[in-house]
Design a binder for this molecule. Structure first.
Ligand code: AVI
Length: 318
């Protein structure tokens, strides 16, 4: 297909699921687009920058907790398990677990083949001799794991508090799907961000350098590029609000003035102050986290936090 054809609007390479979520999202009231669409290349790079921000405590806090608790996780998991990571291996956290557990195999699961291949290659060279068996799949549904680990007990790994980006109902579905994917005798290491004061939470999602704002606004740039949109990005601003009732940070994009634009030729209007809801990041108290895990079919058996109790790493068994 010629680039010119795409630019002329005769053809489109856009992901049909992205188109559907965006067009439906703009028709909804309040408007909402699922957070999974943040992660094009630019969005993934901005997210990497977020994890280094002084205000964004989750990544460094979880990494420090994992460094401290990995030997105990390894002792409780025992020898000969396959580590199955939900999401492509993150740069620093995965090696900490692999180093301590010395697994029989490592199975990263991700919907994005590109990231999966990159991170798998990196980990295979960092751990020579480790069987790295990537699976390109959507882990929201039960997955058939590679034959090579069919008879091996599994240790699931789901760091980063990614579970917080789902509404509780979907989190429970995901935990159940993970249990089914991992099979008999499985264990799970999961990171969950804790409820804390609103100021700390809002600063973590609205940093002084504006990186999170750029991350949120990049969604509009992506819509313009991939769905022939004419959204005036400069007439939107990033909002991060702690919703105490629902125990979650919400990210929104707010129109700063009345705007009219098209997406694939369809006209849309927003008045000043109207918003698009782009992300939820749920936070869980210690008991909430245990209830959620139990609802998803897991029994929590150990948990570790940082000295200030900002973040928790929980070990659970099926
Ligand atoms: C990926 N996820 C766990 C991040 C979070 O904290 O909810 C995404 C994020 N959004 C804004 N900053 C970080």
């Amino acid at each position: 297909m010629l680039k010119q054809e795409i630019e002329d609007g005769q053809a489109s390479l856009a992901d049909p699921a992205f188109r559907q979520d965006v067009l439906r999202g703009f028709d909804m009231r309040p408007r909402a687009i699922p957070a999974r669409w943040f992660y094009d290349r630019a969005g993934s790079e901005l997210f990497e920058q977020i994890t280094d921000l002084p205000e964004y405590y989750p990544t460094r806090t979880e990494t420090a907790i994992l460094r401290a608790c990995a030997p105990e996780i390894a002792a409780r998991a025992g020898e000969g398990r396959a580590v199955v990571e939900f999401g492509s291996g993150s740069s620093t956290k995965t090696p900490i677990l692999l180093q301590a557990v010395a697994p029989a195999a490592y199975v990263p699961i991700d919907i994005s083949g590109d990231f999966l291949r990159e991170s798998s290659a990196g980990l295979a060279s960092a751990f020579p001799g480790l069987d790295v068996l990537p699976v390109e799949a959507d882990f929201m549904h039960p997955i058939a794991l590679p034959m090579q680990v069919a008879a091996t007990p599994k240790l699931g790994f789901f760091p980063g508090s990614t579970i917080g980006n789902m509404i509780p109902h979907s989190s429970v579905d995901l935990l159940r799907a993970m249990k089914e994917s991992l099979g008999e005798g499985a264990m799970l290491v999961i990171g969950m961000d804790r409820i804390k004061d609103a100021a700390t939470l809002e600063a973590a999602y609205d940093d002084a350098q504006g990186v999170t704002a750029a991350f949120n606004l990049n969604l509009l740039t992506r819509i313009n590029r991939e769905l022939a949109g004419t959204i005036p990005v400069e007439r939107f601003r990033h909002r991060a609000i702690w919703n105490d009732d629902r125990a979650r940070i919400e990210m929104h994009l707010e129109a700063t003035e009345d705007v009219a634009f098209t997406i694939e030729g369809r006209p849309f209007e927003m008045t000043a102050g109207e918003t698009i809801h782009t992300e939820n990041s749920h936070k869980y108290g210690a008991r909430d986290a245990r209830i959620l895990l139990r609802a998803g079919g897991w029994t929590p058996i150990a948990e570790w936090t940082d000295p200030e109790g900002k973040f928790a790493v929980i070990l659970a068994e099926a």
